[in-house]
Design a protein around this ligand. Sequence first.
Ligand code: HEC
Length: 117
Amino acid sequence: MKIGFGKLMIAGLALGLGLLLTAPIALTASAMQDIKSTYNQKCAVCHGVDGAGNTPYGKKNPMRALGSKEVQSLSDDKLLQIIAKGSGGGKMPGYEKALGADTCKQLVGYIRTLAGK
Ligand code: HEC
């Protein structure tokens, strides 16, 4: 009975370690999912789900595709500044207050996944 308990402890420890090791990966995937849905809710209305700007708004206010070389060649800092503070005299609203600085940073990462689209 004592040995059984010991084995149980080891199994429990292994399980605990396993969870510790897999948790960050699962979080990253869900964070990616979250930021994608934030983009789709807040940004796609103007930029399009793929960032190409093929939207009624984009046709009236021509803008570069987020996945284009021109936009992708901007630094992370520059993209963050545009998303947080806005651009084009308010045509591109600033999102720092509405979404928070962290979410704006994650949106920069998301825009990198639109490269070439
Ligand atoms: C109301 C429409 C609208 C919404 C909503 C919007 N944008 Fe924009 N965005 C624009 C316009 C217009 C420009 C071009 C501004 C300019 O000419 O400087 C732009 C520019 C940008 C740029 C710079 C592109 C370049 O050509 O340098 C980035 C990056 C960007 N937006 C990201 C986002 C993100 C991320 C969101 C969501 C949080 C978002 N935008 C929401 C209209 C919008």
